[in-house]
Design a protein around this ligand. Structure first.
Ligand SMILES: [Cu+2]
Ligand SMILES: [Zn+2]
Length: 187
């Protein structure tokens, strides 16, 4: 993984330059630059079930730990569940093609970090009145690009209409799927 990090950097950098020139101006983008050049997997999250959601999830690896940064917008204020689902397939308009929660350890649904939980049980994103929500989680329970059972590449990201209650089985009673993305290796 690390040995080939260099080749991951080209495309994000080009994208960043485009964004920088088009939208932001290039004064205050050092943080974005750092994030973008370090990103090793990414999911572009698109609308599902007739929503207006757009978003992105970026996965960054440092040693054995991976941090995911998620930002969504165009969403109703309040809590919205976000999970990694087993299939990187957003072909169904309602997101059901992404399947159930990614659960390689075969345990019940739950709350991240408390007792048993699916490795895809990220939790809830709090969306503000501006329709924007952000989420961050760091873990050593995932891998990127290894092809093992714990590899997040090729899995789906789903954002839901409702909050995850962390107890209902098998998926926290989080309602419709309003956003869907596929986790891909950045090359
Ligand atoms: Cu879900
Ligand atoms: Zn779950």
């Amino acid at each position: 993984m690390k040995s080939s990090l260099g080749r991951f950097r080209v495309k994000p950098l080009l994208l960043l330059m485009l964004v920088c020139i088009t939208f932001i101006g290039c004064d205050a983008i050092e943080e974005i630059l750092t994030l973008t050049t370090l990103t090793e997997a990414v999911a572009i999250i698109g609308a599902a079930s007739g929503s207006d959601l757009t978003g992105i999830a970026m996965f960054i690896q440092e040693g054995d730990t991976i941090t995911v940064f998620i930002e969504i917008e165009g969403v109703s204020p309040g809590l919205h569940a976000v999970h990694i689902h087993e299939n990187g397939d957003c072909s169904a308009a309602d997101g059901t093609s992404a399947g159930g929660h990614w659960n390689p350890t075969d345990v019940p649904h739950g709350k991240w970090g408390e007792g048993e939980f699916h490795l895809g049980d990220l939790g809830n994103i709090e969306v503000g009145e501006d329709g924007i929500g952000t989420f961050e989680l760091t873990t050593d329970l995932w891998e990127i690009g290894t092809g093992s059972d714990f590899d997040i590449v090729g899995k789906g990201i789903i954002v839901h209409a409702d909050a995850d209650d962390f107890t209902s089985q098998p998926s926290g009673n989080a309602g419709a799927r309003i956003g869907c993305g596929v986790i891909e290796l950045v090359e």
